[in-house]
Write a protein that binds this ligand. Structure first.
Ligand SMILES: Cc1ncc(C[n+]2csc(CCOP(=O)(O)OP(=O)(O)O)c2C)c(N)n1
Ligand SMILES: [Mg+2]
Length: 599
C-alpha cells in the first residue's frame, strides 16, 4: 500500500506528463547521415547502445566531433543533450539522476579546462558511490595536427590523471574499435557495485577522422553482464545465527538501493529480529522513520553508542567512526563491497572498523538471503500511513524547523522526494516512508552540489507523480544557482527552497569554536562568513533564469501559503524557488557537537 493519496498522485502525474516532453525540444533538421562516417559517430552509437537517455554538457572544441555526431548523426535523441551553464552542474545533474534511478547517464566536459570545473562534482559522486559516465576530450594528440596556441594549452599528456584518484576507471582509446570497448567497459564498471564515476577521454583528431572501414556489429549486452554479488551460504548462515542469538541487535542501514523490494526486505528483517535501525541523512532513505524499531538518524556526527550486542552494518558510510562509541562490547557483521574502491590517495574510506564477520556482498542481495536463512516472512508488517502534520506552536524566530513544518503542511499528502537537505536539518522534522522520500546529500561535502543534484533528481522523477523538493543553504544555492537554467530550459519541474541564513553559517560555528579554545571574542565569528550588505535577491536569481521566484519570506505566517503557491507552479510544470530568511542557527545537538572546546 502506498502512503499517498492515489487521486493526488494521479493529478500530479498527469500535470507532469502534460508538460512539454523534453524530447520535443531542440530538434535538429534532418542531416541525412544514416551510417557512421567518422570516429565520433562510433562513440555516439555506443551512447545509444548503452541506452543512455541524456548527456548533460557544456560544449567545447575538443569534442566538437562528438557534439556533431550526437546532433547530426543521432538526431539529438537517445541520448539527448542537456545544455548546462557550468561543468560542475553537468556532472551534478548526472549524479542526481543516478541517485534516483541507480543508473548512470552521461556528462560531457571540454578538455582539461571543462574537466577542472567538473572535478568537485566528480568527487561528490565518487564519495557518494554513484555511477556517472563522464566523457571528455583532448588533443589532437598528434602534435603535428594541433592548431597554434589553443590546442596546445588544452592538450595534456595524461588528462585522466586529473580525476584518476576519484574515479573507478579512466581511459583514452586510440582507435574507433578501442572507443567502443572503452565505453562498454566504462559503463559496466560505473554501474557495477561498488558504483562510482568513470572518465573516458577522446582524442579530438580521432573523433574527427573519417572511418577507414565500417566496424563489425557488436552486441553491447554481452559486454555488460549483470553482476549480483551474493555472500556464500555458510557466511549467511553464520550471520543469521549471530543475529538470532542477539538480545539487542542493531542494524546500521547505510548505502542501499532505492528499490521498494529492498526497502520492504529490510523492514521485514528488522521486524523478524526485533532489531533497532539507525539511518543516515547523508545517504538516501533506508528505513521508515516512523517505524517503532527506528532508532534515529545521524549526519556527520557519529551516532551515540547504542546499547547493542550485535551490529549488522549494511554498507554504513563510516562504520569505524560510528563504532568508536562502544565497539568493544559488540559483535560486528559488516556487509559491504566498498573496500574494492579504496585507494591510497583519498581517505574517504574512513576509519578501519573492527569486524567479526565480513560479508563482501551487496546489502540488497544479502538481506533477502538472511530472511530466508532465518525462515522469516519477506513481507513487512509495517504499512506506510500518511498522517497530517499536527498544529504546533513554535518559537517566534523563523528557523529551519519552521520552514520544515510549514512546507510539510503545504505539501500535505503528496508523494515528495527531498532531493537535498541543508546542513542544519533534523531528521525528526520530516518522516520517510518510501525509499524515494529522500535521496541523501552531496556525498563529498562539496558545497554547491544541492542545485545540480536536485535538477538531475527532478529529471529522473519527471512524470513519476513525485514532487521533487531541494532544500538548499544560501551558500550552497548561490555556488550553483545557474544549474536551474537547465531545469527551466528543458521543462523539468522542481521546487527549491533556500534556507537562507545569509551566511556560510557552518563556518561561523567553526570560528566560534576556535575563539573559545583560544579565549578570543566569539562575537567576531561572523566576519568573513556573513552574506549580507548587500543581501542577495535569491528570488531574482531564479526569475532571471526563467524560474518562478518567491520571497524573501521573513514571517512565519507567509510560509505555508507561499509554499502552496510555489507547489502549484511546480505542478503546472515550472521551476520555483522560495527564499526563506531563516535565523542563523543549527539544532542544539549539532551546535553542541561543533562548538565543544575539545574532542
Ligand atoms: C566547495 C566547498 N567550499 C567550502 C566548504 C566549507 N563549508 C562547509 S559548510 C559551508 C557553509 C555552507 O553555507 P550554506 O549552504 O549557506 O549552509 P549553512 O552553513 O549556512 O547552513 C562551507 C563554506 C565546503 N564544504 N565545500
Ligand atoms: Mg547559509
Amino acid at each position: 500500500m502506498s502512503p499517498t493519496n492515489p487521486a493526488r498522485a494521479a493529478t500530479a502525474r498527469s500535470n507532469a506528463t502534460e508538460a512539454t516532453a523534453i524530447g520535443s525540444l531542440e530538434r535538429p533538421i534532418p542531416a541525412g547521415a544514416n551510417a557512421p562516417g567518422f570516429g565520433s559517430d562510433v562513440a555516439a552509437e555506443m551512447l545509444r547502445a548503452l541506452d543512455i537517455p541524456y548527456i548533460a554538457l557544456n560544449p567545447g572544441a575538443s569534442y566538437r566531433g562528438l557534439h556533431d555526431s550526437i546532433v547530426n548523426y543521432l538526431g539529438n535523441e537517445k541520448p539527448q543533450m542537456l545544455l548546462c551553464l557550468h561543468e560542475e552542474s553537468a556532472v551534478a545533474i548526472a549524479h542526481g539522476y543516478a541517485k534516483v534511478t541507480g543508473r548512470s547517464m552521461a556528462a560531457a566536459v571540454h578538455s582539461n579546462v571543462g574537466l577542472f570545473h567538473a572535478t568537485m562534482a566528480i568527487f561528490n559522486a565518487w564519495c557518494d558511490r554513484m555511477p556517472v559516465v563522464v566523457l571528455g576530450a583532448t588533443g589532437p594528440v598528434d602534435a603535428a595536427k594541433r592548431r597554434p596556441w589553443i590546442d596546445w594549452i588544452h592538450t595534456a599528456r595524461d588528462q585522466g590523471a586529473i580525476v584518476r584518484n576519484y574515479t573507478k576507471w579512466d581511459d583514452q582509446p586510440a582507435s574507433p574499435a578501442a572507443t567502443r570497448e572503452s565505453m562498454l567497459r566504462a559503463y559496466w564498471l560505473a554501474n557495477t557495485a561498488p558504483m562510482a564515476p568513470v572518465y573516458v577521454n577522446f582524442d579530438a583528431e580521432l573523433q574527427e577522422a573519417r572511418l577507414a572501414e565500417p566496424l563489425p556489429p557488436i552486441d553491447a549486452a554481452r559486454f555488460l553482464p549483470p553482476v549480483k554479488t551474493a555472500a556464500p551460504p555458510e557466511l549467511i548462515a553464520q550471520a543469521a545465527s549471530m543475529l538470532k542469538a542477539a538480545k539487542r541487535p542493531v542494524i546500521y542501514a547505510g548505502r542501499v538501493s532505492r528499490s521498494l523490494e529492498g526497502w520492504n526486505a529490510r523492514i521485514a528483517l528488522a521486524e523478524a529480529l526485533q532489531a533497532r535501525v539507525v539511518t543516515d541523512l547523508k545517504i538516501g532513505a533506508s528505513f521508515p522513520t516512523d517505524h517503532p524499531l527506528y532508532a534515529g538518524a545521524t549526519r556527520g556526527v557519529a551516532p551515540d553508542s547504542f546499547d547493542a550486542d550485535v551490529v549488522l552494518s549494511l554498507d554504513w558510510v563510516d562504520l569505524g567512526g560510528a563504532l568508536k562509541g562502544g565497539a568493544a562490547s559488540f559483535k560486528i557483521i559488516n556487509v559491504t563491497l566498498d573496500h574494492q574502491l579504496h585507494n591510497g590517495w583519498s581517505m574517504d574510506h574512513q576509519a578501519l572498523p573492527p569486524v567479526d564477520l565480513m560479508l563482501a556482498a551487496d546489502p540488497d542481495v544479502v538481506v533477502p538471503a538472511l530472511l530466508a536463512a532465518l525462515g522469516a516472512k519477506a513481507t513487512p508488517r509495517y504499512v506506510p500511513t500518511f498522517r497530517p502534520v499536527e498544529a504546533k506552536k513554535l518559537g517566534d524566530d523563523l528557523t529551519n524547523e519552521h520552514l520544515a513544518y510549514a512546507l510539510r503542511r503545504a505539501v500535505k499528502d503528496r508523494p515528495v522526494t527531498l532531493t537535498h537537505l541543508p546542513l542544519s536539518w533534523d531528521a525528526e522534522w520530516w518522516p520517510f516512508r518510501h525509499p524515494l522520500d529522500q535521496i541523501g546529500g552531496d556525498g563529498g561535502g562539496g558545497v554547491g552540489g544541492g542545485p545540480g543534484i536536485s535538477v538531475g533528481a527532478a529529471l529522473a522523477l519527471r512524470g513519476s507523480g513525485r514532487l521533487p523538493i531541494g532544500i538548499c543553504g544560501d551558500g550552497d544555492f548561490m555556488m550553483a544557482a545557474t544549474a536551474l537554467w537547465t531545469a527551466v530550459h528543458y521543462r523539468i519541474p522542481l521546487l527549491i527552497v533556500v534556507a537562507n541564513n545569509r551566511s556560510f553559517f557552518n563556518d561561523e560555528l567553526h570560528q566560534e569554536r576556535v575563539a573559545r579554545i583560544r579565549g578570543r571574542p566569539v562575537e567576531n565569528r561572523w566576519i568573513g562568513q556573513r552574506i549580507s550588505d548587500p543581501d542577495v535577491d535569491l528570488a531574482g536569481l531564479a526569475r532571471a533564469q526563467g524560474a518562478k521566484g518567491f520571497g524573501p519570506l521573513t514571517e512565519m505566517r507567509e510560509l505555508e501559503s507561499t509554499f502552496t503557491e510555489a507547489i502549484g507552479a511546480v505542478e503546472a510544470g515550472h521551476v520555483a524557488v522560495v527564499d526563506v530568511r531563516v535565523k542563523p542557527g543549527y539544532t542544539a545537538s549539532m551546535t553542541a557537537a561543533m562548538t565543544r572546546k575539545t574532542e
